[in-house]
Design a protein around this ligand. Structure first.
Ligand code: PMP
Length: 436
C-alpha cells in the first residue's frame, strides 16, 4: 500500500495490527471482491450483511448516478421530494400487516435510537410518562449510538462507556450449547427464557416499562436463532402488559432468513421494525423504522398542533438513498431474492453441518442463507482467536467470512449458487484443521 495509514482511525478494528498488514478491497462485482493486487475474493458475508443482491448491480448504480445528477439533496424538514413517499409505500408492501408507517434514518444505529425514542414519546402522548424502562437482551447488537449501546448485550461494546443509559434491563440470551448444539434450523429448547420478561414486570411493574428490543435472530453475536415459541411468548407478554415489542431487523430484513423480514419468517408481528443494510443493497447509507398504525395514529391525534415528532436527521430520506433503495427493491422483486433463502437453505445447511467433527468446532447453526460455526475458546488466549485465525486463513485462500466472537458467520449475497456455497465451506474445511 502506497498511501499513509496514520490518519484513518478505523472502526471496530485492531488498528495497530491492521496497519502492519492491511487487508484492502478495491473493486467488487456480483459475488466477488477484488484486491488492489488483483486477487479475487468470494464474498461470503454480503459485505457486512448488506449487499443482498450482490455487488455493483448496474440497475442500482444507474439509479444512483441519475438521481445525484437530478436532485442531489432536498431538506427533509417541512419539505419533501417524491421518492421518499414512493419508497415508504413500496416498503410497506413488504412488511407484516399493520406495520404501515415508515420513518427514515441513515443507519441501523439511528434506526434503533429512533425506535427507542418513538417508544418513549408514544407512551408519554398516551399519558404513560412513567413508562421509560427499556429492555434488551444479552448478546443483542443494536448499533453503537447511545440507546443501542445501552440496550445492546455484548460486553466489550458497553464496558468502555460505563454502561451508557440507566433504566435498562436485559433478558438472558437464548444460546444453549447443552441442549441445542448442532441443531439444524431453529432450536427446540429455550422458549421459557422469554419468561425473563415476566420477571422484570414483577420486579419493576409493567407501568414503568416502555419497550423490549430483540433481534429475531441475533446476527453480530454469532447467528443465534430464536428457540421455537420464544418470540411468540415475548409477543404475548408484551401485549398483555402494554409493552412495545421492537424487532431489530437490520440484518434479518430483506431476505436473509428466506422471508422479507424475520417477523414473517417466525410468524410474530412486533410493534416496530428497524432496518437498514439490505434496504439499499449496501450502496448508500440508509435505515428506517416501521411503526404500526396505532403508534402512528397516537402521534397524529395526541400531539399538539404542528410538528408531531421532534426528531429526524439532515439526511432522513436522502434522495440518492431513496433512488438506491427503490432500484434495490425492484431487483429483489424481479429476482425473487427475498424468498430465495428458502430454496437455498438446504444447500447451506448440508454444507455447514458437514463441518461437524472438525477440531474445536462446538456448534453449527443455520437458517435461510446464514450459518455460523462456533469454536471452543483457545485457553489462555484473547477471546475469539480461533475464529479470527480462521477468517485470516479463508482470506488468504480467497474467501471472505466473518469472525464474530468465537464464531465464524457466513451470510453471502442472496444470489449465491450451490457451487459457491461449496467453495465457502470447502475452504473452511481446509482452514479449520490448521488452526490450533
Ligand atoms: N442492529 C443490528 C441488528 C445490526 O446488526 C446492526 C449492524 N450490524 C445495527 C443495528 C447497526 O447498524 P449500523 O452499523 O448501520 O449503524
Amino acid at each position: 500500500m502506497t498511501a499513509r495509514t496514520d490518519a484513518f482511525w478505523m472502526p471496530f478494528t485492531a488498528n495497530r495490527d491492521f496497519k502492519q498488514a492491511p487487508r484492502l478491497l478495491q473493486r467488487a462485482q456480483g459475488m466477488h471482491y477484488f484486491t488492489p493486487e488483483g486477487r479475487e475474493v468470494l464474498d461470503g458475508t454480503a459485505g457486512l450483511w448488506c449487499v443482498n443482491a450482490g455487488h455493483s448491480r448496474p440497475r442500482i448504480v444507474d439509479a444512483i448516478q441519475r438521481q445525484v445528477a437530478t436532485l442531489d439533496y432536498a431538506p427533509p424538514f417541512q419539505m419533501g421530494h417524491p421518492l421518499a413517499f414512493e419508497l415508504a409505500e413500496r416498503m410497506v408492501e413488504l412488511s407484516p400487516p399493520g406495520l404501515n408507517r415508515v420513518f427514515f434514518t441513515n443507519s441501523g444505529s439511528e434506526a434503533v435510537d429512533s425506535a427507542l425514542k418513538i417508544a418513549l414519546a408514544y407512551h408519554r402522548l398516551k399519558g404513560d410518562a412513567q413508562r421509560t424502562r427499556l429492555i434488551g437482551r444479552e448478546r443483542g447488537y443494536h448499533g453503537t449510538n447511545f440507546g443501542g449501546t445501552s440496550v445492546g448485550g455484548i460486553g466489550p461494546n458497553r464496558k468502555m462507556f460505563g454502561n451508557a443509559l440507566s433504566g435498562v434491563d436485559h433478558l438472558r440470551h437464548t444460546h444453549d450449547l447443552t441442549r441445542n448444539a448442532f441443531t439444524v434450523g431453529q432450536p427446540e429448547h429455550g422458549a421459557e427464557l422469554a419468561d425473563d420478561l415476566e420477571r422484570l414486570v414483577v420486579l419493576h411493574d409493567a407501568s414503568t416499562i416502555a419497550a423490549v428490543i430483540v433481534e429475531p435472530m441475533a446476527g453480530s453475536s454469532g447467528v443465534l436463532l430464536p428457540p421455537k415459541g420464544y418470540l411468540q411468548k415475548l409477543r404475548d407478554i408484551c401485549t398483555r402488559h402494554g409493552i412495545l415489542l421492537i424487532f431489530d431487523e437490520v440484518i434479518t430484513g430483506f431476505g436473509r432468513l428466506g422471508s422479507p423480514f424475520g417477523a414473517q419468517h417466525y410468524g410474530v408481528t412486533p410493534d416496530m421494525i428497524t432496518c437498514a443494510k439490505g434496504l439499499t443493497n449496501g450502496t448508500v447509507p440508509m435505515g428506517a423504522v416501521y411503526v404500526n398504525q396505532t403508534i402512528h395514529d397516537t402521534f397524529m391525534q395526541a400531539s399538539g398542533p404542528g410538528i408531531e415528532l421532534f426528531h429526524g436527521y439532515t439526511y432522513s430520506g436522502h434522495p440518492v438513498a431513496c433512488a438506491a433503495a427503490l432500484a434495490t427493491l425492484d431487483t429483489y422483486a424481479e429476482e425473487g431474492l427475498l424468498t430465495r433463502g428458502q430454496a437455498m437453505e438446504r444447500a447451506m445447511a448440508e454444507a455447514a453441518h458437514a463441518l461437524k467433527g472438525l477440531p474445536h468446532v462446538i456448534d453449527i447453526r443455520n437458517t435461510g442463507l446464514v450459518a455460523a460455526i462456533e469454536f471452543a475458546p483457545r485457553p489462555n488466549a484473547p477471546a475469539g482467536r480461533r475464529a479470527f485465525e480462521t477468517f485470516l486463513g479463508c482470506w488468504d485462500r480467497g474467501v471472505l467470512v466473518r469472525a464474530a466472537g468465537e464464531n465464524i458467520a457466513i451470510s453471502p449475497p442472496l444470489i449465491i449458487n450451490e457451487a459457491q456455497i461449496g467453495q465457502i465451506f470447502q475452504t473452511l474445511a481446509e482452514v479449520i484443521p490448521t488452526v490450533a
